[in-house]
Design a protein around this ligand. Structure first.
Ligand code: C2O
Length: 347
């Protein structure tokens, strides 16, 4: 059977690491039962085009800032607030929920085939909340284009200390112009910029192509109702997803907050740009042309019917299934087209 989030009234205490800077991760209660997700109406809603974070205009930066500021200004009891949005990640990753019908098993959306769809849903609602707060229904969140040389630094708008996008709990050594290491394991390497770029491109090829020839390899371990969590991450969840988190977090914090720990990662605005690029990789992977391979979504109903609960921008509680989010066009967004030199970087 598919994993399903139970009613949010069952949300319990999170398993937080020692020294954590929050006490609970549960979303505000909902007076009404969840409604089933309905896709945005294509005729009346503008297509959102998510831009590469390093390529945006000053006007775009101002609107993104205004949106994050508006979310931060809402009280934490409002499910649209930045604090409540950040805690969504903690609730789904640090044991606040059990899958419906399995009260003694912990729900965890990482390290399994739920990784890509859960985060797609999370960003979808985050983006709509942000857009509605600035009165712009076409607003699209940026993606951190770390897979291409022009995007391999922390995007400048996130590193501006006067910005709403800044987070002091980051590794100061990794502020721009430091190049990211997509294989980062916690120790600094002494590569030249050209060596680092070349390594990163090969990492991308290895994870997206060599290690991801089939849907079951790409998406990660099957995870069904009642299973213990952590059935095994897919190659992209493993690397570069994990290393980018660790590279951003502050090693002088107890648990490499914010980006370096599940409970706190959603508190850094950079999280949403990192995950937009992860989400983009799902779409890119399905479009890789290789006649010998079938790069498609999984057909297993236990994947397709897995479901999560999120608040939308109105804010009402919505139940959304994996099968609802396979096509970004149907969700009303697409990604800016950018060069992908890693496709030629066969190791
Ligand atoms: Cu839910 Cu990047 O982790």
């Amino acid at each position: 059977d598919p994993v399903a989030t139970p009613d949010i009234s069952t949300c319990g205490p999170a398993d937080l690491p020692p020294g954590a800077n929050v006490v609970t991760c549960c979303p505000p209660p909902s007076a009404a039962l969840p409604v089933d997700f309905t896709p945005p109406d294509a005729a009346s809603s503008p297509l959102r085009r998510r831009p590469a974070a390093h390529s945006v205009t000053a006007d775009y930066v101002a609107r993104l800032n205004a949106g994050i500021a508006a979310m931060k200004a809402l009280p934490a009891g409002d499910p649209r607030s930045f604090a409540a949005q950040a805690s969504v990640h903690c609730a789904y990753c640090d044991g606040s929920y059990s899958p419906n019908g399995f009260p003694r098993v912990e729900l965890q959306v990482h390290n399994s085939w739920l990784f890509f769809p859960f985060h797609r849903c999370y960003l979808y609602f985050f983006e709509r909340i942000l857009g509605s707060l600035i009165g712009d229904p076409s607003f699209a969140i940026p993606f951190w284009n770390w897979d291409a040389p022009d995007g391999m630094r922390m995007p400048a708008m996130y590193a501006d200390q006067s910005s709403q996008l800044f987070d002091p709990r980051r590794d100061g050594r990794h502020a721009p112009p430091k190049l990211i290491d997509l294989d980062y394991n916690g120790s600094e390497r002494r590569f030249t910029d050209n060596q680092q770029i070349d390594r990163n491109l090969r990492v991308m090829y290895r994870q997206m192509v060599s290690l991801s020839p089939t849907p079951s390899l790409f998406f990660g371990g099957a995870y069904r109702a009642g299973d213990d969590p952590n059935q095994g991450p897919g190659p992209v969840e493993n690397i570069p997803h994990g290393p980018v988190h660790i590279w951003c977090g502050d090693p002088s914090q107890p648990s490499r907050e914010d980006m370096g720990n599940f409970y706190s990662a959603g508190s850094d605005p950079l999280f949403y740009a990192h995950h937009a690029n992860i989400d983009r990789m799902w779409t890119v992977w399905k479009g890789l042309d290789d006649v010998r391979r079938r790069r498609t979504d999984l057909a297993d109903p236990d994947w397709l019917d897995a479901s999560f609960l999120f608040y939308d921008e109105t804010p009402k509680l919505v139940r959304i299934r994996v099968r609802d989010v396979l096509d970004t066009g149907a969700l009303g967004y697409q990604y800016q087209d950018v060069p992908m030199p890693w496709r030629a970087a066969r190791p």
